[in-house]
Design a protein around this ligand. Structure first.
Ligand SMILES: [Zn+2]
Length: 466
């Protein structure tokens, strides 16, 4: 038995709340008299939207129940964290220029062993919204914005590179601007003051803004933005749903559950950089396991292929995929890709706010690079790795499931209207959706990486059979 004389009324009876007037109010009862306390004592169960709670032990009623029972709006709403401040769009827009002065970009066009075509470099700039620092001690550096799934600019990393695209210096745009203002004894802009109070600066994945644009691609998760850029340039752009969509966490230690929330429902392959005694691999493996358990319908797997293949010296130096890739010829990677490329998956119809009007002239670095050299493809470590990723666990096939799906969709009338697959996915053209999804599951029969396609078809079947 409760030792308190005044307790909440048992059961589910709700009264009108004195604060918000909704019938969501639980009253206190006097267990001795079995009577309600005056109607101001109680708790509104609309915790987030109302939050009224008056406790008879807190305002003195319990000691003296003749005190004046005045209504006095008390809020006990759960404490809300201070709102995260993002980098204003105009600050971000100013970085998107001067690619002819950008060392990283110019190296990719001119200085590496197998330079890229300007078309691909323009595409990569547009995809990840890369930019340039044109003044100060980071002049010629590249900006890597961390843009979240709602197109907010959470952070802008700044890196300077040497001739072989190795990182010279790492910084953040907010630090550079803060320093600039302090040194010149100028007032720090209000947004920056607020921004500097953010608990964490890099609070989303690099490339996160691409997730809704490419809803079906398997994800490659790496440490640094540069590696994500190289991965895309070598393995191909995500407009082909078979290609990996490359995202970066920022650094080894910043892989965490909050950053990975945007990866709900995705297949994620992690590629930590090499490290002494596989420390990076072990750290990410244990984190990946925990993250997978907490994120709905996700599949997280750390690739140990670099660990297996890399010589010890590379491990000592902490080499990453980028270091390997950049020495290799990208042409043969693309050839492999083109052989088995599939039609594009239907575009997702969720409202995608365009943060930038892509202007096709933004790359002032157009440079005709002749690509006439014919190079014989040969198996490289990386190719081997890629093949292994896509073939792993290819034990079962989905013949039965595919047959069942096909016969179902053949015998029903395919709806002409939009169809809501789930909260996150609306299908505009069901016929097109079926065509491309069936093609993909048939071409990749049994490969776990394509299981989400099969699941979506089964989901649609379930919806249409009602
Ligand atoms: Zn209320």
């Amino acid at each position: 038995m409760s030792q308190y004389r005044y307790t909440f009324e048992k059961g589910s009876k709700k009264h009108q709340c004195p604060a918000c007037h909704k019938k969501r109010f639980v009253k206190y009862i006097d267990v001795q008299t079995k009577e309600y306390l005056p109607e101001i004592y109680g708790k509104c169960d609309r915790e987030m939207n109302c939050g009224y709670h008056l406790n008879p032990y807190k305002n003195g009623y319990a000691k003296d129940n003749t005190i004046k029972n005045e209504f006095n709006y008390q809020i006990n709403r759960p404490k809300v964290k201070p709102k995260r401040v993002c980098i204003p769009k105009d600050v971000f827009y100013k970085t998107r220029k001067a690619y002819e002065e950008n060392t990283f970009i110019q190296n990719l066009l001119n200085n590496i062993a197998f330079p890229f075509e300007s078309e691909d470099i323009e595409k990569i700039i547009a995809q990840y919204h890369l930019g340039t620092v044109t003044k100060g001690y980071c002049k010629g550096g590249t900006t890597f914005p961390f843009i979240d799934i709602n197109n907010n600019i959470r952070a802008i990393q700044v890196k300077t590179f040497n001739k072989s695209n190795h990182t010279k210096n790492t910084n953040f745009l907010h630090s550079i601007i803060t320093k600039h203002h302090t040194q010149n004894q100028r007032k720090i802009p209000n947004w920056l003051k607020d921004y500097n109070n953010n608990e964490t600066k890099v609070s989303c994945l690099f490339g996160e803004h691409l997730l809704s644009k490419y809803p079906y691609n398997p994800i490659a998760l790496v440490e640094a933005p540069k590696t994500a850029i190289y991965g895309t340039l070598y393995f191909g752009f995500p407009n082909n749903p078979k290609n990996l969509l490359w995202l970066a966490v920022y650094n080894l230690s910043s892989l965490n559950i909050n950053k990975c929330k945007a990866l709900k429902g995705r297949n994620v392959y992690l590629f930590p950089d090499l490290s002494k005694e596989g420390k990076a691999f072990n750290l990410w493996s244990s984190k990946a396991q925990k993250i997978q358990q907490q994120i709905e319908d996700s599949f997280f797997k750390v690739s140990d292929l670099l660990e297996e293949l890399a010589p010890n010296q590379d491990k000592e130096e902490g080499k990453d995929i980028a270091d390997y890739l950049i020495k290799l010829d990208w042409h043969k990677f693309r050839k492999e890709k083109n052989k088995n490329s599939l039609q594009e998956a239907p575009k997702k119809v969720t409202e995608q706010t365009k943060i930038i009007e892509e202007d096709s002239n933004s790359t002032n670095s157009k440079k005709a690079i002749s690509q006439s050299k014919e190079i014989q493809p040969k198996t490289t470590k990386i190719q081997l790795e890629e093949n292994l990723i896509f073939q792993e666990k290819q034990t079962d096939n989905w013949n039965e499931e595919i047959d069942e799906l096909e016969s179902f969709f053949n015998k029903i009338n395919i709806p002409k209207n939009n169809c809501l697959l789930n909260q996150a996915t609306k299908i505009t053209n069901v016929t097109q959706f079926l065509k491309s999804h069936l093609a993909i599951v048939k071409a990749n029969n049994g490969k776990p990486i394509y299981l989400p396609y099969l699941r979506r078809l089964q989901e649609l079947k379930h919806i249409l059979s009602d």
